[in-house]
Write a protein that binds this ligand. Structure first.
Ligand code: CA
Ligand code: CA
Length: 195
């Protein structure tokens, strides 16, 4: 039943008996014989255990990216054009589309000599909540304890240096990964152009 219904690889195992089952029926504990012929206790978790970040980006009055999960920003790309020395503001949300409370890690670049990128926790450009150094660090910025279905706002600002010639542009990806399962990722693409 475990193999057929849940796709577990139990080659070489002999499962003798289940000795306990959790209240939600998703965790089973038992004993058996492992592929080396040794007696061993086993535990099987049958829940979906889904860890899934979902990034959204605001475009005018609408949000892009709901239920798009990818690593290149397809379907969740925002483009803006600004004058040199002025700032483009991008509003974003980090949803927990998984089935348990999760910590997600956000990563993005700091820009370059011509472009400055900053990140803020929350829905407004609040200097007290700037998290640029965390987001741009190798470890990223941990947004912790987001319940299933809930979201946290964050905001990005992108500023081309004054005097930067028109038609210059800067594109980058901002990525969220699940702490429990870092292979579960979502990505926004931000493209800013000089007017
Ligand atoms: Ca998304
Ligand atoms: Ca969603």
């Amino acid at each position: 039943m475990l193999v057929d219904d849940y796709g577990l690889d139990l080659t070489g195992w002999k499962l003798w008996k289940a000795t306990a089952i959790s209240d939600d029926g998703l965790t089973i504990v038992g004993s058996g014989e492992n592929p080396n012929g040794e007696t061993e206790a086993w535990i099987a978790y049958l829940g979906t255990d889904l860890d899934r970040p979902d990034l959204w980006i605001k475009k005018g009055k609408i949000w892009l990216g709901d239920n798009f999960y990818n690593t290149d920003g397809t379907g969740q790309t925002r483009r803006r054009t600004v004058s040199p020395g002025t700032t483009a503001v991008y509003r974003a949300r980090l949803y927990n589309d998984g089935d348990q409370t999760e910590t997600f890690t956000l990563r993005g670049p700091a820009g370059n000599a011509d472009w400055t990128v900053k990140y803020y926790g929350g829905p407004v450009e609040d200097p007290a909540r700037e998290v640029t150094s965390q987001v741009t660090s190798p470890q990223g910025w941990n947004r912790s304890h987001i319940p299933p279905g809930a979201f946290r706002c964050f905001l990005m600002t992108v500023t081309p240096r004054s005097g930067l010639p028109s038609e210059n542009s800067y594109a980058f990806l901002v990525q969220a990964g699940a702490q429990r399962d870092p292979t579960q990722q979502d990505t926004l693409k931000i493209v800013t152009r000089v007017r």
